[in-house]
Design a protein around this ligand. Sequence first.
Ligand code: SAM
Length: 288
Amino acid sequence: MLYGLLPHYHPPMRIDVLTTFPEMFYPTPPGAMGVSIPGRAQKAGILELHATNIRDYTNDKYNKTDDRPYGGGPGMVMMCQPVWDAVTAVEAQDSRPATRVYLSPQGTPLTQDLVESLASKPRLVMIAGHYEGIDERVIERLDPIEISIGDYILSGGELAAMVLIDAITRTLPGVLGHGDSALEDSFSHANTTNPDGSVINPKALKGLEIPAGAKLLDCPHYTRPQVWDGMEIPPVLTSGDHNAVARWRLEQRLKRTQDRRPDLLESGLSGPESADSVDSPGEICDDA
Ligand code: SAM
């Protein structure tokens, strides 16, 4: 790889997904990863996405990736060998160190902090499970970060991987244009600049008390027509007064957060969650 020899060249972030359904990650439209922000990021050379079929790494003549569970019971379990061989083969395709992620309902719940922390890694290898999950021994050996996208059960890790890839991609530098700036997106801190980059006059924000470090939800958004079915947009948005608009938006962000997610106002106190502080299953959690 030439990466070290080209000081101004930022190689695309590489994400590999190990799956038994690689076609779900089809990199061009109409595949979900070939359109919208992930599609744009791949086209711009900011994201490099590969989906590898775990089935290609089976030693079994029928290409089986799963077998019956020891101890009996329903369902099947993904076997160690194909998962291990697929992960190690894919990792050997690129010299950059890979952060391993296993999408699992038993993992750390995904947050924007965790998304941003993962986005700072040069390379991710995501493993999507199926059936009852993956044989615990290969999870122990791979020692991935386990991430859950919510307290519900999906049929497989592919959709969870896509959620994670989409959320990571929109945070990569150069992916979002001015038109879809993440500045005021939910779970960000109170913004001190407008989406056009101009600084909000602090005087305009006088008396607006936002707890330090708090995360806020986004403000409501409106577009044309100005009156729809008798419903008018808030007049400040057509006032032309940028500072008044900025104050209104921050007020709305604060109010929405107080009404819907008051827990976020405390979030600054615990500090951001990072991929490095999330326990892998192989690590012993030391709460002392
Ligand atoms: N028996 C497992 C359990 O209860 O923990 C659930 C297995 S689930 C049917 C099959 C696969 O889907 C998992 O191995 C995981 O990769 C993925 N999956 C399911 N729900 C998920 C969630 N909420 N977040 C992330 N991945 C999930």
